[in-house]
Write a protein that binds this ligand. Structure first.
Ligand code: SPV
Ligand code: MG
Length: 537
């Protein structure tokens, strides 16, 4: 049902209806969630929340901006307190048009002079509008509305300004005749006498709305008994929040601690809920490209043999450059590529690993086993949704390298540097043999790995495997099946290296291992020179 139709129904229903003040998108949501069927866009509260007076200090378009947030954030109708209509008949026409465009169901205008002052401030001193002029304004508004159900509530301030019942009735009749959908009869008395006097004479000529801010002690049944249509709780969200904020601010100044108050507060999660984060997350799932790098296993069991006593207390993956462990760079790059579930396999000095946001698995047999032994220590993490990255703990690559790897569609993918110079200090290099032979400048060729071997001569190799392997769900199945098959044959698979296993898979044709070529943009940390390179990386 349209908000306008709903509001009109509320006005016209036989039941006494209640709407409650809100002054921004959040309070509007809170009012709606509490169960109110409608919202009062209070001029007093909206201006106060802006830090200005209820004297039309905020421009009408500024008020409109607030109303738009309120309407966007709720499904129940909003009755805007439109003050005097912010000008004459012409301003009223434009106001109604804009309110309809922004999803506001109804507007209430009061018979005072622009710029107005709040009714509870020197009410007697505020001149009333000329009756005919105000009736013309109502007509103009009714003629401007495009939606038949948009409502205009005409508010008379006859009691507020001290004119009394006769004037109130005269004005209400004129406004009703001009087309107003309801009359708001306002009073500043602490008793409901103005209202009950009015209702006795007015009868059921058209719906009557009241604002019992001052006669707050009146039992609600009295309004029913007098045939009132709608009650507006006009400022109670604002006043509640003022008290809560004052108390909290004073407490924090005084105690400089959250300890005594935290438990009394809504959680930060509750803020997120009110902001509709659940909806955002559904949209994220629907519209953001799915990052495939679901999980990563980083093999970091080895000590590192070229660092002398630097590795007495920690493995090379935990050596620090500028206060940051080597492996933290890999973790950061993985995260940036969307890989959230990261497991580090430790061996040597597991207690040295202090990164907080990753999982750890320990390969207790790290000295007797090799890379596959470490990988199998994290066996539970191999299978799962989406992509798996297997990385050496001492390899650092630029984010785009990792990004391309997790986006690969191939069952298995390795990253190969096509001309990384073999470093003299290193005992072995994982030379990759790739087919077909690389053609400079052409990207569309599907290169695949035939072998990784550290015994062939550099000149024969297509490049160097940099220690990054990506697998999709099919690739993971092949990897696990291959391991199971080898274990079944009694092969001591735990002592195999990753290159051995990848070569076996390539050679037996169990899966095609795609090659992503890069040049530079990565390094592995084998010695002190590498560490200083990482400093500049
Ligand atoms: C408002 O809420 O801004 C009103 C009601 O106009 S009153 O403050 O009672 O005038
Ligand atoms: Mg007001």
């Amino acid at each position: 049902m349209k908000k306008t139709t709903r509001f009109k129904q509320m006005l016209q229903s036989k039941d006494l209806e209640f709407i409650c003040e809100a002054h921004n998108g959040l309070s509007a949501k809170i009012v709606e969630e509490a169960g109110f069927g409608g919202i009062w866009g209070s001029g007093l509260s909206i201006s106060a929340a802006m830090g200005v007076r209820d004297n039309n200090e905020a421009s009408w378009t500024q008020v409109l901006e607030v109303l738009e947030f309120m309407a966007d954030n709720t499904k129940v109708p909003i009755l805007l307190d439109g003050d005097t209509g912010y000008g004459n008949f012409n301003n009223m026409r434009r106001l109604v048009a804009k309110l309809e465009q922004r999803g506001v169901a109804a507007v209430c205008i009061e018979d005072k002079i622009f710029p107005k002052t709040n009714s509870f401030i020197k009410g007697e001193e505020q001149p009333l509008a000329d009756i005919d002029e105000f009736a013309g304004k109502i007509k103009a508004g009714k003629d401007a509305q495009r939606d038949d159900d948009f409502c205009i509530v005409a508010r008379t301030e006859a009691f507020i300004s001290g004119w009394g019942l006769e004037e109130a009735l005269k004005r209400a009749s004129a406004y009703h005749e001009a087309g107003a959908d309801a009359i708001l009869c306002h009073s500043k008395l602490s008793t409901p006498d103005d209202i009950t006097d009015f209702m006795k004479e007015w009868g059921d000529r058209c719906p009557v709305v009241i604002v019992p801010t001052m006669y707050w002690q009146t039992p609600t049944q009295l309004y029913r008994d007098h045939g009132i249509s709608m009650v507006i709780w006009a400022n109670h969200m604002l006043r509640t929040s003022i008290r809560a904020m004052q108390d909290m601010a004073r407490h924090l100044v005084e105690h400089q601690s959250l300890a005594a108050v935290e438990k009394s507060l809504p959680t930060v999660k509750e803020i997120f809920r009110l902001q509709g984060m659940a909806e955002y997350e559904r949209w994220e799932d629907q519209y953001l490209p799915k990052k495939k790098g679901g999980r990563a296993i980083i093999l970091a069991a080895s000590k590192g043999s070229n660092f002398g006593n630097l590795t007495d207390e920690r493995p090379k993956a935990m050596l620090e450059v500028e206060g940051r462990p080597v492996i933290a760079s890999s973790v950061k790059t993985l995260r940036e590529a969307g890989v959230k579930d990261i497991t580090i396999v430790t061996g040597y000095k597991p207690e040295a690993f202090t990164l907080g946001t990753v999982n750890y698995v320990h390969n207790a047999d790290w000295q007797a086993t090799s890379e596959i032994g470490s990988l199998l220590a994290a066996r539970d993490k191999i299978k799962g949704d989406g992509h798996l990255v297997v990385a050496y703990g001492d390899v650092v690559a630029r984010p785009f390298v990792m990004d391309n790897l997790v986006r690969s569609e191939a069952p298995m993918t390795v990253v190969v540097d096509y001309k990384h110079p073999a470093k003299k200090t290193r005992k072995s290099v994982d030379w990759a043999m790739v087919s077909p032979e690389r053609v400079e400048g052409i990207k569309e060729i599907d290169y695949h790995l035939t072998k990784i071997d550290d015994t062939i001569e550099a000149e024969r190799a297509s490049g160097e495997w940099i220690g990054l392997l990506g697998l999709n769900e099919h690739g993971i199945d092949v990897l696990l099946a291959t391991i199971a098959e080898l274990e079944g044959k009694g092969v001591a698979i735990a002592s195999w290296t990753l290159p051995q296993l990848l070569s076996h898979i390539a050679e037996t044709g169990k899966a095609t291992i795609a090659v992503q070529y890069i040049h530079d943009n990565w390094l592995d940390v084998d010695d002190l020179k590498d560490l200083s390179d990482l400093y500049r990386f």
